[in-house]
Design a protein around this ligand. Structure first.
Ligand code: GDP
Length: 469
């Protein structure tokens, strides 16, 4: 019941289940469930993508069907720590010069080759793509490179990025950047990794790979790339080498010449010019594929970044793209998705702190996930300390992210991906964040008096404790 609740489904005893959700939850607990025919039909009506998703799931279960694919890497870190410089350096030195007739334009990701092995980099630094895809149930990144400037150390956005990567369970490699600067201090930076992020560098006996680099001069960047390949090898990242396509969208835009395009990375299968595709409620037929060197290609396989031309309208910027066998199929599915969207918009309900606590009361696992935003570092620390003190043996409180500043869309995305509640202290949420929270059903509670916040939380938590015998 709690798991269903966390996914926004409220159940009463004796009520029938949303099968899609039931399947997902059963999978987490490794429980097999079987359906009779009636139910399978019902499921097909409820989830127009069920058949397609099942195909990819089944194929992925049998590793004989799979091949290793290059890792997809996102670069994250604090502003000005050198993310863009690093991405530019790698692209400039590693991407073979643009091919004949190619047009220079970024397609959101690029691929490089080191010792005959490929790596795909998402070309926009930061965690937006990453988190937004995750909130939609798709993993866009296999490895995160966390850039930390050696003259500045671990800063608020370093922590934020780290929390995003951690909550998604994605391996992190730390690039300690700007080592060419006279005031760079690699040792001090490593100390900050330990004290602020509990990341212990390998050479200090831990298991976090750290690479000191200069993104500006290119020093040690090759080592960083080799480390990425090493981690990728350990992860055994696999893909279906042929057949229908599943791809993640990095960005979509209205191109002057091409019309609506999606910049995407293929995750499974091979996409061909001429294939019918869907991205959420938008359908299309692939008119052209353009690679990261600006060259038109006929087909694109796993981990290939590609600009896809041929959508009827502009798809959602972070939808999953699938290829389907016919125009009819594409129509059928996208129409159903439209219908469902309309319906869900009408019945969307908000998750309230009180409701979550009430549901937890009836279940074994009692963990409350919180995101804490406050006006000053002092407030953040004081609040986190006070909130953590409320934790009991029976109820675990997990502050998955805390920082200074207004409540942003990034906080809402993290809350949505992790089923958390956002607490604000003497801060507001920006308009966009508020809108997004409404759409995603995320609760934001703001306070101006610290004891009011604590009292509220305490009262709620006390309500969920089991009565002593
Ligand atoms: P981002 O905000 O993380 O994308 O940071 P940028 O890549 O824009 O870099 C911020 C500033 O730091 C720029 O002026 C860069 O030239 C500089 N910078 C980045 N990497 C290095 C480096 O390795 N050494 C030095 N000295 N400067 C760097």
């Amino acid at each position: 019941i709690q798991d269903f609740f966390m996914k926004g489904e409220i159940l009463k005893p004796g009520q029938s289940l949303n099968l899609q959700l039931a399947k997902k939850i059963a999978k987490i607990y490794e429980i097999k469930i079987s359906f009779d025919i009636e139910e399978t039909e019902e499921e097909a009506i409820e989830n127009p993508l069920a058949e397609i998703e099942k195909y990819f799931e089944t194929k992925h279960k049998d590793s004989q069907n799979l091949v290793l694919r290059p890792p997809i890497v996102t670069i994250m870190g604090h502003v000005d720590h050198g993310k863009t410089t690093l991405l530019d350096y790698i692209r400039r030195t590693r991407v073979v010069e643009k091919e004949e007739g190619g047009i220079t334009q970024s397609i959101g990701a690029y691929q490089v080759e080191i010792n005959g092995k490929k790596i795909t980099f998402i070309d926009t630094p930061g965690h937006e793509v990453f988190t937004e895809m995750r909130a939609r149930g798709a993993q866009a990144t296999d490895i995160v490179v966390l850039v930390v400037a050696a003259d500045d150390g671990v800063m608020p956005q370093t922590i934020e990025a780290y929390n995003h990567a951690k909550s998604a369970n994605v391996p992190i490699i730390v690039a300690i950047n700007k080592i060419d600067k006279p005031n760079a201090n690699v040792e001090l930076t490593k100390q900050a990794l330990v004290s602020k992020l509990s990341l212990i560098p390998e050479d200090w006996g831990g298991d976090t790979i750290t690479v000191p680099i200069s993104a500006k001069k290119g020093e040690n960047v090759d080592t960083l790339l080799e480390m990425i390949l090493l981690v990728a090898e350990m992860q055994e990242i696999k893909a279906i080498p042929d057949g229908p396509v599943r791809a993640i969208t990095i960005e979509t835009k209205l191109d002057r010449g091409y019309g609506p395009v999606a910049n995407a990375i293929i995750k499974d299968g091979i996409l061909h010019v001429g294939d019918y595709i869907i991205a959420g409620k938008v359908l299309g037929k692939v008119k052209a594929l353009v690679n990261d060197k600006g060259k038109r290609i006929k087909e694109a396989g796993p981990a290939t970044p590609v600009m896809i031309v041929g959508f009827e309208e502009l798809p959602d910027s972070h939808s999953v793209i699938y290829s389907v066998e016919s125009l009819n199929k594409a129509r059928e599915i996208t129409e159903k998705i439209r219908e469902i969207e309309q319906r869900e918009l009408r019945k969307k309900r908000h998750m309230k702190l009180e409701e979550i606590l009430k549901m937890m009361e009836e279940s074994e696992k009692k963990e409350l996930k919180l995101i804490v935003k406050a006006d000053t570092l002092g407030s953040v620390k004081a609040l986190s300390g006070a909130i953590n003190k409320l934790q009991t043996e029976e109820v675990k409180i997990n502050i998955i992210h805390s920082a200074v500043g207004a409540i942003s869309t990034s906080d809402v995305m993290l809350a949505s991906a992790s089923d958390a509640i956002i607490l604000g202290f003497r801060v507001k949420s920006d308009t966009q964040a508020r809108k997004m929270a409404e759409a995603e059903g995320i609760q934001i509670k703001t306070y101006t008096i610290i004891y009011k916040l604590i009292d509220d939380l305490k009262a709620a938590l006390e309500g969920m404790l089991e009565p002593e015998e």
